[in-house]
Design a protein around this ligand. Sequence first.
Ligand code: ZN
Length: 138
Amino acid sequence: MNIDSINNGVVIDHITAGSGMKLYELLGLGDLDCSVAIIKNAVSRKKGRKDIIKIDAEIPVNLDIIGYVDPGATVNIIKDGKLVEKRVLTLPDKLVNVLKCKNPRCITSCEQELDHVFKLTDKEHKVYRCVYCETKAN
Ligand code: ZN
């Protein structure tokens, strides 16, 4: 795959340098059959250094996950070699099945079928807490 030219796919740009791998893992991009490229420490005029993820397929990406990892990132949807859509990200109020609660006594640790739900409780410091036991996520 030519990483500079994606015909149909998704480009996640302006990721804070060093967050690209975390995003890759949380989005489950390793499980995809299509080509995925991570460019680490690319030079950015805006940020100094940034990571970029290019997905060579039109797949729905979970904007909540991207917003959680890096609300400053941009998501570009490419169709026929052209940028057709730019998604703006915000810190999501709620995360469902993105993080797992670390509290061994939390109900989600024994009830396997329960959704793992975290709520944003402190926007300024980006603190998410489990809705069941209020344990902080990191
Ligand atoms: Zn919990």
